[in-house]
Design a protein around this ligand. Structure first.
Ligand SMILES: [Zn+2]
Length: 91
């Protein structure tokens, strides 16, 4: 059973699907805020957070150019969440 959650009206898979656009600032502001609300309120996403939370904070601070490692963090998060969805019992 997948552990996908719906937080702030967005599902984890939707967040993941739009992560790169989110990072590139291509989303509308309301959508961007919605994804941020999800990321901040979603345990499933937060669990793998670590540096991810820092990245979000930096994005929220309005840094125009996120640190280079931010994309890697998102990539890792995405990979791990997908792995978890595929193998919910594996940790
Ligand atoms: Zn989530």
């Amino acid at each position: 059973m997948a552990i996908e959650r719906e937080v702030a009206g967005v599902r984890c898979s939707e967040v993941l699907a739009e992560l790169s656009e989110y990072l590139d600032g291509e989303l509308s502001e309301p959508r961007r805020n919605q994804l941020q609300a999800h990321l901040q309120g979603c345990e499933a996403c937060e669990r793998f957070g670590g540096q991810f939370a820092d990245s979000i904070r930096q994005l929220r601070l309005g840094l125009k150019d996120a640190p280079a490692e931010t994309s890697e963090v998102f990539e890792r998060l995405r990979t791990r969440l997908q792995l978890q969805w595929d193998n919910p019992d594996a940790q």
